[in-house]
Write a protein that binds this ligand. Structure first.
Ligand SMILES: [Zn+2]
Length: 299
């Protein structure tokens, strides 16, 4: 019986020719799952590890995630230590050598210049990311740079479909560049406005749109808002030109609503990633919705 099972497994293993097996991608965050979908369509299978309603700085290393990493040919994650609290542990427990060796790892932040790289590392400054701010998904230009690099990696891992991936990239790039121009035109009235944020995760969006961050509800990145710190933000938030108090979809609204009540500045939740609200069905929807919400606050 045992011998029969073994040979059956061997035969089925042989039948599943590696050339025909689909690449398996493990995307840490929904935005990268969506980007993979844009670039690879149904030529790959994608497991998206987290949802827009989770804080991706802190994910529980569940057995279901270990199983997903185990079968991955490539992990596609923000990197810059965003996932340092859970991903290395998952990779270790999965025993996936391809990923453990780095061959099966794609870090989005490594493809671009990051902002806010600290001159010196000081844990007293809070949960500071030594490789710069990892929340790069809200800059459409960096997104396109990542798309190009990711396409090259997909083609390398799956040369049979290389031409397909290049074609998808060309198509995506054209649609993305058109959309970027549209977003910039629409967002023009936001230029020069101020925002207060919950977590320091919007630097790429604000830099792109010419918005200025004048305060953060978290006293230090990753440290929950305190009432003393919130009180200290009332004056600056009240100052003219403050557009909104911004949080990501997954964050508790309490702190931003408290500040909103005391200042009259609207508190808004931005999707932050794909799935962060019903409009953010893909990367295009995520940017459409982000700009619509900000423009809504400006009225
Ligand atoms: Zn962060």
């Amino acid at each position: 019986m045992k011998t029969y099972l073994l040979s059956a497994l061997l035969v089925s293993g042989l039948l599943a020719s590696p050339a025909q097996a689909k690449l398996r991608i493990f995307a840490c965050e929904p935005e990268w799952g969506s980007l993979v979908h844009e670039l690879a369509g149904d030529k790959v299978d994608v497991d998206v590890a987290t949802s827009a309603m989770q804080d991706v700085h802190q994910i529980e290393a569940k057995p279901s995630l270990i199983a997903k990493i185990r079968r991955a040919d490539l992990t596609v994650c923000s990197g810059a230590e965003l996932e340092v609290g859970w991903l290395p542990q998952l990779v270790r427990q999965s025993g996936n050598q391809k990923v453990a060796s780095g061959d099966g790892v794609f870090s989005a932040a490594s493809q671009v210049t990051t902002l806010q790289k600290p001159a010196k590392l000081d844990r007293a400054s809070g949960d500071v990311h030594p490789q710069g701010n990892p929340h790069i998904q809200m800059d459409p230009y960096r997104m396109l740079t990542v798309a190009k690099a990711l396409t090259a990696r997909l083609a390398l891992l799956d040369p049979t479909n290389a031409a397909f991936y290049q074609q998808r990239l060309a198509d995506f790039s054209a649609r993305w560049s058109t959309a970027t121009k549209k977003w910039e035109a629409k967002a023009a009235p936001l230029k020069g406005r101020n925002i207060v944020v919950q977590h320091d995760a919007w630097i790429y969006l604000t830099t792109w749109l010419g918005i200025k961050q004048v305060g953060a509800l978290e006293p230090k990145p990753g440290v929950p808002p305190t009432s003393a710190h919130l009180a200290s933000l009332v004056a600056i938030t009240k100052s003219s030109n403050t557009l909104a108090i911004i949080r990501a979809a997954y964050q508790d609204p309490k702190a931003s609503e408290w500040l909103s009540e005391r200042t009259g500045v609207p508190a808004v939740a931005l999707p932050f990633t794909v799935g962060g609200n019903p409009e953010s069905k893909d990367l295009f929807g995520m940017f459409d919705s982000t700009i619509d919400i900000l423009l809504g606050a400006a009225k």
